[in-house]
Write a protein that binds this ligand. Structure first.
Ligand SMILES: [Zn+2]
Length: 317
């Protein structure tokens, strides 16, 4: 559609590296490694969305033809961006003064660091979330974080940087549109935030033990990953079951994003594993479903593929 093509061209003109995202889903529109035919852009090896994201107007016009209606993905790493993804919750978070939005948590964090509420280019998401765009200071390498987890800023706040993407303003989902909430320039990431987001001293290595597995071995490998995660969920103690479920859903989401797993099957498997906890010590089905959806959505934005040599499927892009 011409409108989304213009959205993509405008984003590129503003300096963002863009790529097509499937309409209605936060999944890149490219073929995954499993379906790669090692030709074209992948002639020298499979290229993932982060490598293919571009500001090239010719390429953008090719992707957003008159017959395609892709949403506009913004690759944070290549764009030199960190995007703070602020969520909303129906339950007040007592540790943060009863906050129900990531924005409130972020404002409190800013105040603690002697800063005023942050202002920068921002996009409102169809689910009432907010994406705050910041330029990453020169020389700093940031990766994604997930709210309330490990190296994160706080509850209801995820961040997308290298390895992450966001759906840009002007894109549309069944729930509604992504709209600019605050116009103007993308501000530089404040130093206090950069310090909080800087990678830990011992970064986990990006291991690639799966290079060039045969299809059979790759499938066994994927099955083992799933079984391991589902086991962890089933065996989780009451105190850690939600975090364990969120982690498992993230891992499944990454494989869904990479085209390795079917989203519905992944969701069903996770819910099946969570079943043992539902109704125990106050854990509800709604909570399980919400946790799975959230973890999968996060994982899908960092797609993971298993290299199993040249596939035989025809692909679109
Ligand atoms: Zn490929």
């Amino acid at each position: 559609m011409a409108r989304l093509r213009q959205v993509a061209l405008d984003a590129a003109a503003a300096g963002l590296f863009v790529f097509p995202v499937r309409a209605g889903a936060k999944i890149p529109a490219f073929h995954g490694d499993t379906r790669c035919r090692r030709r074209g852009v992948c002639a020298e090896g499979h290229h993932v969305w982060e490598q293919r994201a571009t500001r090239d107007r010719v390429q953008i016009r090719r992707w957003w033809s008159n017959t395609t209606r892709w949403n506009v993905g913004v690759a944070c790493g290549p764009s030199g961006l960190v995007v703070i993804d602020l969520d909303v919750s129906t339950e007040p978070i007592h540790a943060w003064g009863g906050a129900t939005t990531g924005r409130e948590v972020l404002d409190q964090l800013a105040a603690r660091h002697g800063d005023t509420p942050l202002r920068t280019y921002a996009v409102r998401t169809p689910t009432d979330g907010e994406h705050l765009y910041f330029r990453v200071p020169e020389g700093l390498q940031l990766r994604n974080t997930i709210g309330g987890h490990g190296h994160s800023l706080g509850p209801l706040i995820d961040t997308r940087a290298g390895g992450g993407f966001v759906v840009g303003a002007g894109s549309v989902r069944p729930e509604g549109a992504y709209q600019v909430a605050e116009h103007g320039r993308v501000a530089e990431l404040p130093t206090w935030l950069a310090t909080l987001l800087a990678p830990p001293p011992v970064p986990s290595p990006q291991a690639t033990p799966t290079k060039g597995l045969s299809t059979k071995r790759a499938n066994a490998y994927i099955a083992a990953i799933q079984a391991d995660e589902l086991d962890k969920v089933e065996c989780a103690q009451a105190g850690t079951r939600q975090i364990t479920l969120l982690d498992a859903a993230r891992v499944f989401g990454q494989l869904v994003g990479g085209g390795e797993l079917d989203a519905d099957n992944a969701y069903a498997a996770l819910l099946g594993a969570a079943e043992a906890h539902i109704g125990v010590a106050g854990f509800t089905r709604a909570e399980a479903e919400r946790t799975i959806a959230r973890g999968m959505a996060f994982g899908m934005r960092a797609p993971r593929t298993i290299d199993r040599g040249t596939g035989t499927h025809v692909h679109e892009m």
